[in-house]
Write a protein that binds this ligand. Sequence first.
Ligand code: BEZ
Length: 210
Amino acid sequence: MSVATMTLFHSPASPFVRKVLVLLHETGQTDRVALKTINLTPVNPVAELNEGNPAGKIPALRLADGTVLFDSRVIVEYLDDQHVGNPLIPREGPARWRRLTLAALGDAIMDAAVLTRYETFLRPEEKRWDAWVEAQLDKVRRGLAHLEQEHVAELSSVFDVAAIGVACALGYLDFRMPEFGWRERQPKLAAWYAQVNQRASMKATDPALT
Ligand code: BEZ
């Protein structure tokens, strides 16, 4: 057991945070990071989080020398560089760009889902913009349809940065938008997710249980 030398500013509900936590579990690095929970919304900035992180992003990772890394993509890449097992981001070649692009699609689905959550949950009802929400949901639908049509075999090949990103995006949809009903439209993706969701890293980071 090693001593935690880094601090992860996190919110258990954030799918972007979850990607980092899943990677820590998958690479055996959980002991190296202390968790600092931040209750953050876009209209509730937290002064401590903003030190070295002016946009107040979570996740943010404070290293032993005080350097603060953000956002989740940078943190994931940093932590993947810090372990001796198989890299979860291919280091070079076409596979690197393919897997990172797939991971970016997972992030785009998360972005649209989180923005939908903010608009429907945080914003006062009289100020809500239905067409904007619908446009975000369309991004989610298009992203999921593309994954179903093109990428399930690739996702199934290895539980790496791409698979972690997509799994965390699907987990967030289930957590915050259980009525969205994506499984009926994407049965292959649903079967893949049912499998990877059994991994210890996914169970340990389930936002409904943490
Ligand atoms: C949420 O509560 O859904 C949430 C919290 C932090 C970041 C993103 C989403």
